[in-house]
Design a protein around this ligand. Structure first.
Ligand code: XLS
Ligand code: NI
Ligand code: NI
Length: 431
């Protein structure tokens, strides 16, 4: 045991507690026939909690961490303390990028050896604690070699480096029995068309993704491959803009049955959508895979990756997820970081615990709305006209016969209220 967390005990569910505890998240609580922990499938993001130094565009590191440094010893200490936090929080999962967990080596091979050494450390710690891997991913955006993209880079050597990196990370994810493997196109996009061959870059990206899927089948990795959409930042135009764009891309390369999406709250907002819009669309397209839970600052217009703290918003998100039948192999990954003034180790615990409570409240409210048919009842009533045999038959007919029927039957549409305010008031009763 390190003394980093100063002896903070594993958090209990205790609505009346004074200090750190869960007020709404009781992992054992049964909701719609399933434990809350199985619905929510919480994961800690290694990068934000253990690799991010607290910088912003105007200043660097604010956090003091005993594991700062580019050595294997530091990487081992970081792993040690990360697992201590997982146990304090009682989270079932975590997620990593290769670059979060190991120091960069002088060559590809050295980086890979460093990485695999820490993966072996994880393997032991996971066996000892029961914490599992929600997903692994490759960081193909931080190092300057990726500044013009990874798979979409004009330099084929960067494509090669990226392919080798994803192979290494997918192997490790498989070895650790990860539930999913994520690809976020960190710099797959462009800054200016003046120097960009967009058609070529999209082809490269499609071929790259196909290779990932081929390799997954070759090694027998049973997890899901997930793309994480984001419209901009770091590049001005990211190719994986939103769920709709990713779906079109998957269809084009024949991958719509192979790849799903990992949808992030803040990215949905950046794309000009709501989180629930992206979730509902992915569900309807059959590609809902997993979620990155966080929130953006609504004024700043960029990806601030704050911990969620808005129950009504989170409720509507889990509502769409419950309607999809749950997260399946996916989970709720806190792709969220502390504010840079939140220096204390206990801030890390409080941030996650608070966010877990927000999610628990949201999920429970969503479940009650579903169980009471509070929104689905009115929604069914709104579309009831389509349940008649006549209406269904129309979909199999043609414009001629529809036009003839409109005149023969004297069809005369009567507008009806959409009742939005009444429905909003209903939601307000549950949150
Ligand atoms: C960045 C992304 C990133 C992915 C994983 O905006 O959210 O953190 O989740 O590469
Ligand atoms: Ni993310
Ligand atoms: Ni993000």
């Amino acid at each position: 045991m390190s003394d980093f967390f100063g002896g903070i005990a594993p958090l209990a569910f205790d609505p009346d507690a004074e200090g750190l505890a869960f007020r709404h998240y009781d992992p054992q609580e049964i909701v719609m026939g399933k434990r809350l922990s199985e619905h929510l499938r919480f994961a800690v993001a290694y990068w934000h909690s253990f690799a991010w130094p607290g910088g912003d565009p105007f200043g660097g590191q604010t956090f003091d961490r005993p594991w700062w440094g580019d050595t294997m010893e530091a990487a081992r200490l970081k792993a040690e303390i990360a697992f201590e936090m997982f146990e304090i929080l009682g989270v079932p999962f975590f997620c990593w990028h290769d670059a979060d967990i190991r120091p960069e080596g002088a060559s590809f091979a050295e980086s890979r050896r460093n990485f695999e050494e820490i993966v072996a450390v994880f393997e032991e710690k996971m066996a000892a604690t029961g914490v599992r891997l929600l997903w692994g991913t490759a960081n193909l955006f931080s190092h300057r070699r990726f500044m013009s993209g990874a798979a979409t880079n004009p330099d084929p050597d960067v494509f090669a480096w990226s392919a080798a990196t994803v192979k290494t990370c997918l192997d490790a994810t498989h070895r650790l029995n990860g539930e999913n493997y994520v690809l976020w196109g960190g710099r797959e996009g462009y800054e200016t068309l003046l120097n960009t061959d967009m058609g070529r870059e999209l082809e490269q990206m499609g071929r790259f993704l196909s290779m990932v899927v081929e390799y997954k089948h070759k090694i027998g990795f049973p997890g899901q491959i997930l793309i994480e959409p984001k419209p901009q930042e770091p590049t001005k135009h990211q190719y994986d803009y939103d769920v709709a764009t990713v779906y079109g891309f998957l269809r084009r390369f024949g991958l719509e049955d192979e790849v799903k999406v990992n949808i992030e709250q803040g990215h949905a907002i950046l794309a000009g959508h709501s989180f629930e819009h992206e979730l509902a669309l992915a569900r309807e397209l059959g590609i809902l895979g997993s979620i990155d839970m966080n929130r953006n600052d609504y004024q700043s217009g960029w990806d601030t990756d704050q911990f969620p703290n808005n129950v009504p918003e989170v409720t509507l998100a889990y509502y769409e997820i419950l309607k999809a039948g749950g997260l399946g192999r996916g989970g709720t990954n806190f792709d969220a970081k502390l504010r840079r003034q939140s220096l204390d180790p206990s801030d890390l615990i409080a941030a996650h615990a608070g966010a877990m409570d927000v999610c628990a409240r949201g999920l429970k409210a969503a479940a009650r709305m579903l169980e009471d048919d509070a929104l689905e009842g009115p929604r069914r009533a709104r579309y009831a006209g389509w349940e008649t045999p006549e209406a269904q038959a129309m979909l199999d007919s043609d414009l001629d016969s529809i036009a003839a029927r409109v005149e023969a039957d004297g069809v005369d549409p009567r507008p009806r209220s959409g009742q939005q305010e009444k429905l909003e008031a209903i939601v307000n009763r549950y949150v």
